[in-house]
Design a protein around this ligand. Sequence first.
Ligand SMILES: Nc1ncnc2c1ncn2[C@@H]1O[C@H](COP(=O)(O)OP(=O)(O)OP(=O)(O)O)[C@@H](O)[C@H]1O
Length: 220
Amino acid sequence: MLRVEQLSHSFHNASESVKVLHDINLFIEKGEMVALLGSSGSGKSTLLNLMAGFMKPSSGRIFIGDKDIVLLNENRLAEYRRKHIGFIFQSYELIPSLTVVENVELPLVFHTLSPSKRKKKALSLLEQVGLSDKTDLFPSQLSGGQQQRVSIARSLISEPYVIFADEPTGNLDTRTEEEILSILQRLNAELDTTFVIVTHEAEVAEQMGRIITLKDGVLI
Ligand SMILES: Nc1ncnc2c1ncn2[C@@H]1O[C@H](COP(=O)(O)OP(=O)(O)OP(=O)(O)O)[C@@H](O)[C@H]1O
């Protein structure tokens, strides 16, 4: 369901062009939970950002389902991302002025679903991540692990084909990391949502169904 073919990417600055991904090919099945493992600078975030449609590759193809997202123009790509792709960031990226439930509802603002149905859905997801008692608080009133659980609920609300997570436990202590990983594993099993999780920690990667390793921009 997620297929990358001959993907390469270079960054250009004033004087030079630096190639950071070299001819990447990979296939991820629906419902898989995959770790993208590699040391700092190996190109993990670049690959994730390309697959999530945050930027365009220098060359290659990225199919999500049967759609090559590289061919979409900026507007179409933004719409596609909003409807079909979920994202979990290391630093949560919640909106501080919105409550927990409003943050979770946010990806559905352009959706045709009525406000009451949106809220119902958000509350149900917050229950699934164990935050039913925090729905009307603001992000600053939550711990890091709780904020990450809000962002997990938010990533699921549009029922995306795939959720990309960039070092989702990078800011958390070991015990909270375990909690977050077990929530992701449970959601993966229960909802059959596909997860691609970037990490530089082998212990985190070992808890996923499959490990894809990047070294110096090459899959090994
Ligand atoms: N916008 C950019 N402009 C120029 N070079 C970049 C840019 N973004 C990333 N790079 C370079 O591309 C390479 C891969 O970076 P990337 O962030 O994908 O690695 P990473 O494996 O995710 O690293 P980390 O674990 O430290 O986040 C690095 O050498 C980095 O310096």
